[in-house]
Design a protein around this ligand. Structure first.
Ligand code: COA
Ligand code: MG
Length: 297
């Protein structure tokens, strides 16, 4: 599944649920965690389940639910309520490593049977850097835990966990611990062979800033990001789709290699391209849904 944009929707808000039905986001994340007050959780669970079931046929987005952390009793109540026909995936916050993903996967094994839905059909996206243990255990995702399709990261809960007064330096740039979390999430995604999903851009009125941030994020290797406001979805979808120029250049690289049979290196416009460039060009074409032919990779 391609997850360029994942729009958070507080699951206790009828208005926002209603508004999100026609969203162009690749996925909605109906939230039962931080955006919902504890007293409203039972209501939010029922509303999320109802929305997933009611939109099951014909919708264009994948339906995810962010449950509460596995360390809280609320997580099991969340799961018991929202594993219904129409649920595509769970977002697991505050994970301490791949062992949490495995545990959650076992819970889902049973709940899928109860709901009469195909085994392993519910996928997982993990928020992998919200606890100190989570950051230290990022390497555990290289074991490729079941159901995992994406890894995302967050800097807010980690700041609370570390006791940081802010996650930014006085000059405004992210402090090293948070850059490490971001880079670690990217590496863990590559090691697990799942999609790297960047964190939210909080200033939801700043479209130009979001665009700039998405471009840098895409350059780093992220293939999608969290949205918190409907206005962010279009920019995100565009920035994480290969541009026509990206696709054209990837085609030139693939063509140059295929014309130069048997050589590991080619020159294009006076620059050297070797195997890693071919691999990346093929990834770009795959992402754009373009067939690149068999290059024996
Ligand atoms: N999903 C669906 N609809 C949303 C939405 C969202 N995430 N955010 C805003 N909307 C709706 C609003 O309800 C409003 O529609 P309405 O006029 O029919 O009521 C419209 O979009 C415009 O909203 P706007 O006034 O610009 O924003 P706001 O001040 O109402 O809300 C936030 C701002 C940040 C509270 C809101 O965007 C939000 O709840 N975001 C998600 C927060 C979240 O889930 N956080 C947890 C993950 S970090
Ligand atoms: Mg949080």
């Amino acid at each position: 599944m391609m997850l360029r944009s994942m729009l958070f929707v507080p699951a206790d808000s009828q208005r926002k649920l209603q508004k999100s039905v026609d969203s162009k986001a690749d996925a909605l994340i109906l939230d039962l965690e931080d955006s919902v007050a504890e007293s409203r959780r039972p209501l939010a669970r029922a509303m999320a389940a109802e929305q997933l079931a009611a939109t099951r046929v014909g919708r264009t987005w994948k339906g995810f639910v962010r449950i509460n952390p596995l360390s809280s009793a609320a997580a099991l109540e969340d799961l018991a309520a929202v594993v219904v026909d129409g649920l595509d995936g769970i977002v697991l916050p505050k994970a301490d490593g791949a062992a949490d993903v495995l545990c959650l996967s076992h819970y889902l094994d049973v709940l899928e049977v109860r709901a009469g839905i195909a085994p392993q059909s519910i996928k997982l996206v993990v928020v992998a850097t919200e606890t100190a243990a989570g950051v230290l255990n990022l390497a555990s995702y290289a074991a490729k835990p079941p159901r995992l399709v994406g890894i995302t990261w967050g800097a807010e809960d980690l700041a609370a966990a570390l006791g940081s007064i802010s996650n930014r330096e006085e000059g405004g740039e992210l402090s090293h611990a948070y850059l490490m979390a971001r880079s670690g999430a990217l590496m863990a995604s590559a090691a697990a062979e799942v999609q790297a999903i960047d964190t939210l851009y909080g200033d939801f009125r700043d479209a130009a800033g979001l665009e700039r941030d998405c471009r840098n994020s895409r350059r780093r290797g992220f293939l999608g990001r969290i949205a918190i406001h409907p206005d962010q979805v279009e920019t995100i979808n565009r920035c994480y789709s290969p541009s026509p120029e990206d696709v054209a250049f990837a085609r030139r690289i693939v063509a140059a290699f295929s014309e130069a049979h048997g050589t590991g290196v080619v020159g294009i416009d006076g620059k050297m391209y070797d195997r890693p460039h071919l691999v990346q060009a093929m990834k770009t074409l795959a992402q754009a849904g373009v067939s690149s032919g068999n290059q024996g990779l």
